[in-house]
Design a protein around this ligand. Structure first.
Ligand code: NAD
Length: 467
């Protein structure tokens, strides 16, 4: 089912799609290692052969430069598919487990089995990555999958549908395009797992719907990711830190990323130095023609949301750089704000755009209390050479991940999981964790009849207790 409409036929078509995928899953086809390997190889071909189509779609939906699209979507996906192809045999093999002596002689194994038919619903900011990265895990684990990309990136959604249709086994993997009503109808179906990437509000809707069928969910949500900046004593660190901060804000989908830096925490005495450093770095990184190097805001509604955040009077007064908005081109220039009120919208909502508040503190250690006064973020970043501060931040705050002296890099690692905690979500994926999130680790225990202990059976008597 690959239509963009919200017609009344959607329900029937969705039900028919799910039925077909379930039938394929029930046939046992997707469980075969050969099927999994074949689909992953085809996914790899899709990415290698259709890079231009993918990057063009991202350019149309989000104004992303081809290089940014490759860095953030095509490249990481190629890496992930290759990693899954390499690990597949080992992941599928399962592992041995021990039984207690009382069960002697016996043997046991933990064997991963696919969950069944899974729903992957995702957001618009990385429309290929956020659909296909979980799909790598779903395929590797032997599931059938239905994917709903976001209606807010329509060109990418339709290219994705076309590519999945052309390259993958559509009896087991389907794309369903559409908006909220299609999402709602999909949630009416019975799934064996729902893997959702989006905001906390819809996350609650997903969990409520999943509860009806006791369907397990993974929620990859967002939040406000802080960056603690404490490197202003060494010029070498400063330069690199500024580049990494700007890249993780303005240079990653114009800040429309769940792990983008949302705001900065810095000591008051360094704030003017930091603003000057950021201004200089903005100029050298994005040049005079910033529009070539910074993505667009996804649509008018998000553009207005960001404008409204800036238009609160106390917030407008805090702008120390930028603030120019070009509505016709959905472009907002990199904007720095110094100490907007902490109870303003810009400091209480996830910004998801190229506005960067800088909040000043008396002591950098106060950042711990500040971070802990907010919902637990998906990521915390800290630019510091102080081992003491690293230790305190690691042990006294909670977040999906914490990264020192860089940002965003945790997204592209295969060896550790990506996911949130608290309001930033739960469930984790990437690398082998993507395989695990779509698997059930089944216990297979085997006993023999050779030995049997009489005292484990009734009739009960005190004599059996004394053994
Ligand atoms: P969203 O929650 O509005 O939408 C996500 C998906 O849910 C879309 O496909 C949408 O069509 C669907 N949907 C919306 N309302 C629905 C409803 N009532 N019933 C069923 N389906 C519905 O989120 P968004 O605006 O697409 O994405 C932005 C949010 O996603 C941000 O909070 C961001 O931090 C988060 N995000 C998280 C990650 C991550 O990996 N943790 C990655 C990207 C984005």
């Amino acid at each position: 089912m690959e239509s963009q409409s919200h017609s009344s036929d959607d329900t029937t078509m969705i039900a028919e799609s799910v039925r077909e995928v379930r039938q394929t899953f029930s046939s046992g086809k997707t469980r075969e290692e050969s099927w999994r390997r074949e689909q992953l190889k085809r996914l790899l071909s899709l990415l290698l052969e259709r890079e231009d189509d993918i990057c063009r779609a991202l350019g149309q939906d989000l104004g992303k430069h081809h290089v940014e699209s490759y860095r953030d979507e095509v490249g990481p996906l190629i890496k992930s598919v290759n990693y899954a192809l390499q690990g597949l045999k080992k992941w599928m093999a399962g592992r041995k487990a021990e039984l207690p002596l009382a069960a002697f002689p016996a043997s046991a194994q933990l064997v991963p089995e696919p969950l069944g038919v899974v729903l992957i619903m995702s957001s618009w900011n990385f429309p290929f990555g956020l659909c296909l990265e979980p799909l790598v895990g779903a395929i590797a684990a032997g599931n059938g999958a239905v994917i709903k990309p976001s209606e807010l990136s329509p060109v990418s959604s339709s290219v994705l549908a076309e590519l999945v249709h052309a390259y993958l086994d559509t009896t087991a993997i389907k794309i369903v395009q559409g908006g909220v009503s299609v999402g709602e109808q999909l949630l009416q179906q019975k799934w064996d797992k729902i893997f959702f990437t989006g905001g906390a509000k819809v996350g609650r809707v997903v969990m409520t719907a999943a509860a009806r069928n006791l369907t397990p969910v993974a929620l990859e949500l967002g939040g406000k990711c802080p960056a603690v900046v404490d490197v202003l004593s060494s010029s070498w660190d400063q330069k690199i830190a500024m580049k990494r901060i700007l890249s993780a804000k303005f240079g990653t989908c114009a800040g429309q990323a769940c792990i983008a830096i949302d705001y900065i925490l810095v000591e008051k005495k360094f704030s003017s130095t930091l603003v000057e450093l950021l201004k200089t770095a903005i100029f050298s990184m994005f040049g005079e023609n910033q529009k070539e190097n910074i993505a667009r805001i996804i649509n008018k509604s998000h553009f207005s949301r960001l404008r409204n955040l800036l238009n609160e009077p106390m917030v407008t007064n805090s702008i120390v750089h930028g603030g120019w908005l070009d509505e016709d081109n959905l472009f907002i220039e990199p904007t720095l704000l110094l100490d907007p009120p902490v109870n303003s919208g810009i400091m209480s909502e996830e910004i998801f755009g190229p506005l960067l508040p800088i909040i000043t503190l008396e002591r950098i250690e106060d950042s711990i209390e500040f971070i802990n006064s907010m919902p637990r973020p998906l990521a915390i970043y800290a630019f510091t050479n102080s081992e003491g501060l690293k230790k305190k931040l690691s042990s006294r705050t909670s977040s999906g991940s914490i990264v020192f002296n860089d940002a965003i890099i945790q997204y592209v690692a295969d060896s550790f999981p990506f996911g949130g905690v608290g309001e930033s979500g739960f469930g984790r994926y990437h690398g082998k964790f993507s395989f695990e999130v779509f698997s059930h680790e089944k216990v297979i225990a085997r006993r023999s009849f050779l030995v049997d202990f009489w005292f484990r059976y009734p009739p009960w008597n005190d004599h059996k207790l004394q053994l």
